[in-house]
Design a protein. Sequence first.
Length: 391
Amino acid sequence: MILYDWIVIGGGIHGCTVASFLIKKGIAAPEKLCIIDPNSEPLYRWKNNTERIGMEYLRSPGVHHIDVDPFSLQKYVRNEQRSKMELYGKYKRPALKLFNEHCDSVLKEVDLKKSWHQGFVNDIKKDQGIWKVMTSKGEVFQGHNIVISISINDQLNIPNWAEKMKSKLPNQVFHIFDEHLPNLQTVEPTMAIIGGGITAAHLCIKLSNMFPGKVTLVKRHPFRVHDFDSDPGWLGPKHLASFHKIKKYEERRSIIQQARNKGSLPSELFHKLKRLENENKISIVNGEVETASFSNDNEIILKIEDKELTVQTVMLATGFLPSLPGKSWIEKLIKEQDLNCAKCGYPIINKALQWCPHLYVSGPLAELEIGPIARNISGARQAAERIVNSL
């Protein structure tokens, strides 16, 4: 059995960024690093979800990506003689296609295929100083160091009224990030998209091209227009210096919640939606869905405050639940290794993102140390930097 130097759990943006940094900094060779992920290839969920909603440009600036050099993506544009149009606006936000192709080139460079293993982790144990990672297939992987880089993507936020309606009309109510979502071409218009943030906006724009005049966006709050999903001051000491002085983790959690521009969207998407509304390609309804029922011919009737909306299909762009990712096996690990957690259940970690010797975290699990950007691409970079710089 191979004894790996590093085992990274999760092969999304976070896991791939950590792996890229470990390999490029000479800390781990590809064959001595193992990435375990439920999917067949790196960034599978990221590519699938962003393509599904029709994302054209990332919200993140061009210096945020999975490579070590912050200007790697911009150099890639020059070297590959790509159009500068693929970098949008003053922050040089990359087109999704460009970003993904740059990721593929970095992963090829570090030979990540040698490290990849498809599997679903369901247990971690420590035996005589060696970590043992178990998968649902009964496989066991041994390693000196572990990085848990999992997200909350499996924890779909489905409102109660939608859950009830989904149980009665499973082919008419979908969460956009449900793995079993059918091809959007086959979905029956008219449709309501529930949500007011960036995912709902992207999806609304995509579906308005497919089904013009048959899409209604239902949002419970006014549009929240922000360039980024938190103030750029959170990328460095401007906000983090005072954040790290706070010793009470409940206070840190509260600050993180307040700092996130939850349910927001950048200005160009806001203007696109307003233009589509003016052209009668979409309708926008303000208010919260209070109840949902269905007619004799299975049309869905949504009661939204003092209005009623009748549609064939409901698409939920309602995000994810904030509870602990990988809950079942992570809770077992916490108990067995006596790991430190805040009241919210999330890890209390040191500056190197170490939860206990040789066990590191990135992504949502690192947010009490990294702050509100922890889940983003910038958070992935910061996590990878902190881990490799501590070694």
